[in-house]
Design a protein around this ligand. Structure first.
Ligand SMILES: O=CC(=O)O
Length: 340
């Protein structure tokens, strides 16, 4: 999902292992069941302080005892980084996020303390955009439903599979034109769609129509693709009124975060046939998915995996390394988030 703007990505691959004694400290914050995929690469450049290495001690006690002088922290996946945890790290200057969305990091507190934050949407944006377009094509052309039709041996017993809808010519409203949204727009222009967007501010160099209000965007779109950052302002940005404005044939694609959409309302619209369809990679209470959706052929469901490919994961690892190395050699960070 899109975050606040990040600076362009410059990847750096050269590995030059150092002696352990002189390695800079990096706190690693990760939940127990989440491994650290680039551990070997990180370990040859940094002294990692990972509370999971002391399973008998609480994270708070570990950080208070070992991390007083740590200047950098790597936040793995969506592990919450709260103001309380930040309070245990008085020397912290940098948080390296490893996800596109950063709502699990207390950005207000980072801003207040002058702690820089880097994000990873540059590593994920192309794959996330491909996936959003794939979900849209799947909903419109009923590809997953057609697959079930064939596997269920309904062809030709139950006649023809129902007609789908053409992608070209659709008016697509993108909610959040950050790294991911921009890549989605680029792809859909090539498919012959017309694009409009909503974001916090109008983007001066973007040629597409801007709607300051999501309701207006919905009223002028056939499809809404949701890929903005989850904040207090964007929680349930797709609500009952917006869904009504999108109309009976409208399609909603969500590759951002579940709580961007009022899920209970969306389920009701889908069940009552008051919206055309939905492609959902994210949900309000993951991994729980409303069971009413399982029987709807105009809904495509996916387990929060839009951003992840082998290639995006490799790019993420390069990006994390590049940000940490840049920080410790006083160079500009590769994907600094404008945390305004
Ligand atoms: O959802 C995945 C991410 O934000 O990276």
């Amino acid at each position: 999902m899109a975050t606040k703007e990040e600076q362009p990505q410059v990847l750096e691959n050269k590995e030059e292992p150092k002696e352990d004694g002189e390695l800079p400290l990096v706190v690693v914050l990760r939940s127990k069941n989440f491994s650290l995929p680039l551990e070997d690469r990180l370990q040859s450049h940094f002294h990692l302080l990972d509370p999971n290495d002391s399973p008998d001690e609480s994270t708070e006690s570990f950080l208070s005892r070992h991390a007083y002088s740590a200047r950098a922290l790597l936040c793995v996946a969506l592990t919450p980084l709260t103001a309380d945890t930040l309070g245990l790290l008085p020397s912290l200057e940098l948080v390296v996020g490893s996800s596109a969305g950063l709502e699990h990091i207390d950005l207000h507190e980072c801003r207040r303390r002058g702690i820089m934050v880097t994000g990873a949407s540059a590593a994920f944006c192309e794959d996330a955009a491909d996936y959003a377009v794939a979900l849209l094509i799947d909903v419109l052309r009923r590809i997953s439903a057609a697959d079930r039709f064939v596997r269920g041996r309904l062809w030709p017993v139950k006649g023809e599979h129902p007609l789908g809808f053409k992608l070209g010519g659709k008016r697509v409203g993108i909610v959040g034109l950050g790294n991911i949204g921009s890549q989605i727009a680029k792809r859909l222009v090539a498919f012959g769609c017309s694009i409009a967007y909503n974001s916090r501010k109008k983007k001066p160099s973007v040629p597409f129509p801007y709607y300051a209000n999501v309701w207006d965007l919905a009223a002028n779109s056939d499809v809404l693709i949701v890929c903005c950052a989850l904040t207090e302002d964007t929680h349930h940005i797709i609500n009952k009124d917006v869904t009504t404005a999108l109309g009976k044939e409208g399609v909603i694609i969500n590759v951002g975060r579940g709580p961007l959409v009022d899920e209970k309302e969306l389920v009701q619209f889908l069940v009552r046939g008051e919206i055309g369809g939905a492609g959902l990679d994210v949900f309000e209470n993951e991994p729980d998915v409303p069971k009413e959706l399982f029987k709807l052929d105009n809904v495509v469901l996916s387990p929060h995996c839009a951003v992840v490919t082998l290639e995006s994961f490799a790019a993420l690892q390069d990006l994390v390394m590049a940000n940490l190395k840049a920080f410790f050699s006083n160079k500009p960070l590769v994907s600094l988030v404008q945390n305004e």
